[in-house]
Design a protein around this ligand. Structure first.
Ligand code: AMP
Ligand code: ZN
Length: 134
């Protein structure tokens, strides 16, 4: 497997490990969008969040919250974004699922902007469509 995050999880290439459990590892993102920018990922290879079995999803979520709290204590950011890019169209560049924890400071220049389409869609039909698969 040539996946770079598999190699990191297997300690075949170095990284700055901030936390790990049996199935999950958290490392500093090389890009450091802000100081403390961390990636949390399963040690086993899953391409994206849609492939995760429940037990790994739970461990990933727990580790993400735990590390986010530690980053908050360590750097006292003004805010934190927790985000996952799922598939190329959503901005995923490394095809091994990972969650970004990005500490945010007021006016840090990072832009994550969502369109406001309030009133455009029929919310009850959207709601029913999703519920059908749950
Ligand atoms: P994404 O666009 O969500 O797939 O994010 C991939 C992230 O992985 C980027 O923020 C990169 O900076 C980061 N990254 C790529 N290679 C490494 C590496 N070897 N160690 C740490 N972070 C990495
Ligand atoms: Zn992988």
């Amino acid at each position: 497997m040539s996946c770079i995050f598999c190699k990191i999880a297997n300690k075949e290439i170095p990284s700055s490990v901030v936390y790990e459990t049996e199935n999950v590892i958290a490392i500093l993102d090389l890009s450091q969008a802000n100081q403390g920018h961390t990636l949390v990922m399963p040690k086993s290879h899953y391409a994206n969040i849609l492939e995760l079995p429940d037990n790994i999803a739970s461990e990933l979520a727990l580790a993400t919250v735990k590390v986010a709290k530690a980053i908050d204590e360590a750097f006292h950011p003004d805010g934190i974004n927790i985000l996952n890019n799922c598939k190329e169209a959503a901005g995923q560049t490394v095809m091994h699922v990972h969650v970004h924890i990005i500490p945010r400071m007021k006016d840090d220049g990072i832009e994550i902007e969502l369109a406001n389409n309030e009133g455009k869609y029929d919310l009850s039909s959207i709601c029913n469509k999703i519920k059908h698969y749950l």
